[in-house]
Ligand binder design. Structure first.
Ligand SMILES: CO[C@@H]1O[C@H](CNc2nc3cc4c(=O)[nH]c(N)nc4cc3[nH]2)[C@H]2OC(C)(C)O[C@@H]12
Ligand SMILES: [Zn+2]
Length: 378
């Protein structure tokens, strides 16, 4: 990879519309245009899609996961293969989550200490230990363009005292991550992760502590963990505007089309979610006319395309009737076509948001989709 160290990590805001920002982020594998949606490729592949599918859909950057890739195929193997970009033949940017969330999702099979977290593999129950230094070394071996610090994502409903103690630990871990991986070593950017649960003063404390550390961007962690939409939006609108203006803001694990538009309206620049690929596999498809459950009998003889406004191969080539047949018959092609469509929809939404901010009509775009995805009026 060839990049100019002088511009690496540069985040430029080229337009704003209210709190929404149109920007670009320079990474070692290319410039990322924001707001951006990042398809999730947990184990080094966006499920059912190949790199040329992702290129066709307009993907600029994909996600990988430290926890999963460390366990399988192993970060040492990835290092020997020249890193994940070469191994997966994906030559655009990659962001890796640190594993913090995954390990903390494995509730009862982990032990937390000052030095890090001990956990058991969900594959074979073998014991492992993640320290801040270890997850930096793993992400260095993976070779991701954007690394995330090791953090504790406190469970929804955690009390004030636990959350306050936890954010202090997350800050100490963030400092250790920064020390373990010097600024832009190996062409890699490093983001801090804001915690503090659903307590606004703790969120501000976490942010103030992280802002003193030299990060290339800041993520909002600890949301989309089972809270209600109003709770998520309330915290989102509180903390996003307080985050540093001149570095990217990344809302982890979010979300539905409306959540993403809400996040953009609050000033967030980057998003990732398993929803488009996961829901593709259960037949829930996102279209310009709203959600379509392709398995419904009403589509059995429907010759129309899934989404007449969608440029993807599935919508240009097949009818709803055929897509429904593939799903009902459990054909593997169903996964591929539904995933291709949903990923194209989410990436198109992000592109429309970028254009709307440039033209000062983001509020209208958001209102349009609120109509399109309004809960069915029974
Ligand atoms: C609602 O969808 C489920 O919830 C996850 C998305 N919500 C989410 N919140 C997150 C918070 C953090 C965090 O605080 N720290 C780090 N390092 N990473 C994070 C990653 C996160 N993702 C999806 O992940 C699964 C697959 C578990 O189900 C989906
Ligand atoms: Zn389509």
């Amino acid at each position: 990879m060839t990049y100019d160290p002088a511009t690496l990590g540069q985040f430029t805001i080229t337009a704003t519309d209210g709190a929404a920002r149109r920007g670009s982020l320079v990474t070692a594998h290319g410039v990322v245009q924001t707001p951006i949606f990042m398809p999730v490729g947990t184990q080094g592949s966006v499920k059912a899609l190949a790199p040329d599918d992702l290129d066709a859909a307009g993907a600029q950057i994909i996600l990988g996961n430290t926890y999963h890739l460390y366990l399988r195929p192993g970060d040492d193997l990835l290092a020997r293969k020249g890193g994940l970009h070469r191994f997966a033949s994906w030559n655009k940017p990659i962001l890796t989550d640190s594993g913090g969330f995954q390990v903390f999702s494995l509730k009862d099979i982990r032990k937390l200490s000052e030095d890090g977290v001990e956990f058991r593999s969900h594959h074979d129950g073998s014991k492992h230990f993640f320290s801040p230094e270890k997850v930096m070394s793993i992400q260095n071996n993976i070779g991701s363009d954007i690394m995330m610090v090791l953090d504790e994502c406190v469970a929804y409903g955690a009390d004030y005292d636990y959350t306050a103690k936890s954010l202090e630990l997350t800050t100490r871990w963030a400092r250790r991550c920064r020390q373990a991986h010097p600024r832009h070593k190996n062409g890699q950017l490093l983001f801090g992760i804001n915690q503090g649960g659903f307590f606004k003063d703790l969120r501000e404390r976490s942010l103030a502590q992280l802002a003193e550390i030299d990060f290339d961007g800041f993520a909002i962690g600890g949301l989309s963990v089972g809270e209600s939409i109003p709770e998520m939006y309330d915290m989102l609108h509180h903390i996003a505007p307080l985050m540093p203006r001149d570095t990217p803001r990344y809302l982890m694990g979010v979300g539905t089309p409306l959540d993403i538009l809400e996040g953009i309206s609050a000033g967030v620049d980057m998003f990732d979610c398993v929803l488009p690929t996961r829901n593709a596999r259960n037949g829930t498809l996102y279209t310009s006319q709203g959600k379509v459950n392709i398995r419904r009998a009403e589509y059995r003889e429907d010759d129309s395309p899934l989404d007449p406004l969608c440029p993807c191969y599935a919508c240009r080539t097949f009818s709803k009737a055929y897509l429904r047949h593939l799903y009902v018959a459990q054909e593997l092609l169903s996964y591929r076509l539904n995933s291709l469509h949903n990923i194209t929809f989410f990436l198109t939404l992000a592109r429309q948001a970028r254009e709307a901010i440039e033209q000062g009509r983001f509020a209208a775009l958001k209102a349009h989709y609120q109509d399109v995805f309004a809960p069915a009026k029974d």
